[in-house]
Ligand binder design. Structure first.
Ligand SMILES: [Zn+2]
Length: 199
């Protein structure tokens, strides 16, 4: 097959050269609330075309490549010695696969990371893509948490835009006596958000 970026012959969907050239992560830190940081690895503008494949037939393969990149990059920027419970945000299967679950599956291969799948589900199925900040505020996802209580975790999601989803997820966990140390997201999309007048 051919690399979807450069069209050269390649066994992976994106060839090694293009992965090195266009998919090298950089750490972005965003403080959503005091003591609640979100660490992201790409800006939306850098990878928007690839992120848009998420509902297409190649979406899973693209997110698999992103997941590998995240996993390889994490030890360079974090001390991963501590045992850590990882909770993917709403990793239920939609249209064949869950983007967050694909990323979490790669994080699960880090020896000290223990991913608890299907623990945090949105009971209100709402799509935020392209929606205003006001719409997002008025239509919360209403998370249900079915995991361990009185513990400490990190959250994983594919994209952070306004941060409302992560804040709502964190509040749900706090009510269950769970401390959220921080969140990891593949992409920070705050810049597209400003253009739309959101926060
Ligand atoms: Zn290529």
């Amino acid at each position: 097959m051919r690399c979807i970026l450069c069209q050269r012959f390649s066994f992976p969907l994106i060839c090694k050269q293009c992965q090195a050239l266009f998919l090298s992560p950089t750490l972005f830190t965003r403080t959503l609330q005091p003591n609640f940081e979100v660490y992201s690895f790409f800006r939306y503008s850098e990878v928007c075309d690839l992120i848009k494949t998420k509902y297409s037939p190649i979406g899973k393969a693209v997110f698999d490549i992103f997941g590998k990149q995240m996993k390889q990059y994490l030890p360079k920027v974090f001390d991963l010695k501590e045992e850590t419970i990882v909770i993917p945000v709403d990793d239920c299967v939609k249209k064949g696969f869950s983007h967050t679950a694909v990323l979490a599956k790669h994080l699960h291969t880090i020896p000290t990371f223990h991913v608890e799948f299907s623990r945090l589900k949105a009971t209100h199925s709402v799509t935020y893509s392209g929606k205003s900040y006001q719409y997002r505020v008025e239509n919360p996802r209403q998370f249900l948490y079915r995991g361990k209580k009185d513990t400490s975790v990190i959250l994983v999601d594919d994209v952070v835009t306004t941060g409302l989803t992560l804040l709502e997820a964190r509040e749900t966990l706090i009510r269950a006596g769970v401390t959220v140390r921080f969140a990891l997201t593949l992409v920070d999309a705050r810049h597209i958000d400003k253009e739309k007048g959101a926060s």
